[in-house]
Design a binder for this molecule. Sequence first.
Ligand code: SF4
Length: 199
Amino acid sequence: MEIMLIEENFQKEVLESDIPVLVDFWAEWCAPCLMIAPTIEEIAQEYSGRLRVGKLNVDENPTIAAKYNIRSIPTLLIFKEGKVIEQIVGALPKEALKSKIEVILPMELKEIKKEIRRGLEKYTKESPYKFNPDKKKVDLILSGLAKRKKELGFAYCPCRVPSGNKEEDRKIICPCAYHKEEIAKDGICLCGLFVRKER
Ligand code: SF4
């Protein structure tokens, strides 16, 4: 649900927020503002807990509108740690707005895990390898990969230690440079995520 922003609560609700805040600068007479209002409402619901969404009527709060140099509406500003990190002027379609938001929001571990799973599932379709039939093990390794991606930016193999050398470490991004050799030898990669399809 959106927060109705006014000059008195702007500092607390926006500038001191511990999560990013999208502020919709709008006015009652502005047709495009009314047009995107349902989208803003949906965004508030969909991103609840990750993104705070507020509406600020520029006629009733001219000081804030002036402070942020709002020259036309609708204007959407995204604040993070009290600073404007994105400005969107005009009525953007929902999907375009969502892709801008996605870039800004830190991904949750479970989303990173899902994304990694999707990528590696695709790999199993195109390669002679499949996931280990032991689903618990697969889940554990995917969690390890997600954790590393969140912390280090890349899905480094959870069974190996990154050296800090980018070129070298590229080789241990899953599926690593070594898994084919390991599967040819032992029928399974070092972590146990992939096995040969005939197994
Ligand atoms: S050993 Fe297996 S899990 Fe680890 S990076 Fe290589 S393919 Fe991925």
